[in-house]
Design a protein. Structure first.
Length: 243
C-alpha cells in the first residue's frame, strides 16, 4: 500500500494527468454531443454510437500513461525510485496499478457521460437494455485501463516521451488500419490486432473467422493477455538494464 500511495502522490502532483484526464473526458463526451446533434431524428438508435469518440479518448489516456514513466526517466527521478525500492518490479507494478485505476475511472466517467448526454439530447430510446449495450458503455473504462498498461510498458521500454507517444499513437490510430491493405490476408490479420480486438469486446463486431474464435469475453481476455505480456517484457528489460 505504501508503494501505491507514493505513486499516487507522484502522479497527481504533476499537471499532465489532470490535463490529459480533462482532454479525454472532453473528447469522448464532445464527440457524443456532435454525433447526437448531427444525426437525423430517429436514426440514433444504437447505443454504441454514443461512444464514437472512445478511440480518441483512449489515445489521450495512453499519452498520460506513457508520460507517467518517461517523465521520470527524463528528469532522472526513476533512479531515486529504484534506490528507495530496490525491487524494480514492485515499483513499476505499483505505478502501473495507479495509472490503470485512474484510467478506469476516467473511462467510466467519460463513457457514461457521453451516453447520458446523448440520452438527454435525443428523442430515441437509448436505455441500456441488454448485456451487449452495458458492455459497450461500461467496458470503455476497462479498455482504457488495459490500454494504459500497454502504454506504461512501452514507456518503460523506450524511456523517451516523444518516441513512446509517437509509437503508441501511430500504431493505435494508423498501423492496425493499414494492415488491411495487405493483399489477401490483410483483413484477416487485422481482426486479430489488439486494439481491433478491444473494439470487438466493446461492440461485438468482427469477421467470421474472429467471431468463431472469440466471444466478447474472449476478446477482453485476448486484449488483457496482450497487455500482460507486454508489461512482463518491459519488467524483465527494466530489471536487466541501468536506470
Amino acid at each position: 500500500m505504501t508503494l501505491l500511495a507514493v505513486e499516487r502522490i507522484k502522479l497527481f502532483t504533476t499537471r499532465s494527468p489532470w490535463w490529459c484526464a480533462l482532454a479525454a473526458l472532453a473528447v469522448v463526451i464532445g464527440f457524443a454531443a456532435i454525433v447526437s446533434g448531427a444525426a437525423p431524428a430517429g436514426e440514433l438508435t444504437d447505443v454504441s454510437l454514443t461512444q464514437f469518440g472512445y478511440g480518441f479518448g483512449m489515445a489521450v489516456i495512453m499519452v498520460l500513461a506513457a508520460l507517467s514513466v518517461t517523465t521520470e526517466y527524463r528528469f532522472g527521478t526513476i533512479r531515486t525510485t529504484f534506490q528507495a525500492v530496490p525491487n524494480r518490479t514492485s515499483a513499476l507494478l505499483a505505478k502501473t496499478g495507479v495509472v490503470a485505476i485512474l484510467s478506469l475511472v476516467i473511462g467510466e466517467v467519460a463513457a457514461f457521460g457521453a451516453w447520458g448526454l446523448a440520452s438527454v439530447m435525443r428523442p430515441e430510446d437509448l436505455a441500456l437494455n441488454t448485456t451487449v449495450e452495458w458492455v459497450g458503455v461500461a467496458g470503455v473504462g476497462v479498455v482504457f485501463a488495459l490500454a494504459s498498461v500497454i502504454a506504461v510498458a512501452i514507456g518503460v521500454l523506450i524511456r523517451h516521451s516523444a518516441g513512446a507517444i509517437s509509437l503508441l499513437l501511430i500504431y493505435a490510430l494508423a498501423v492496425e488500419n493499414l494492415i488491411q491493405l495487405i493483399p489477401r490476408i490483410g483483413k484477416d490479420i487485422y481482426e486479430w490486432m489488439p486494439f481491433r480486438v478491444a473494439d470487438r469486446f466493446l461492440n461485438g463486431t468482427g469477421s467470421a473467422a474472429a467471431e468463431s474464435a472469440l466471444s466478447q469475453g474472449g476478446a477482453l481476455a485476448y486484449f488483457a493477455g496482450f497487455a500482460a505480456i507486454l508489461l512482463t517484457i518491459s519488467l524483465v528489460v527494466a530489471n536487466k538494464r541501468d536506470a
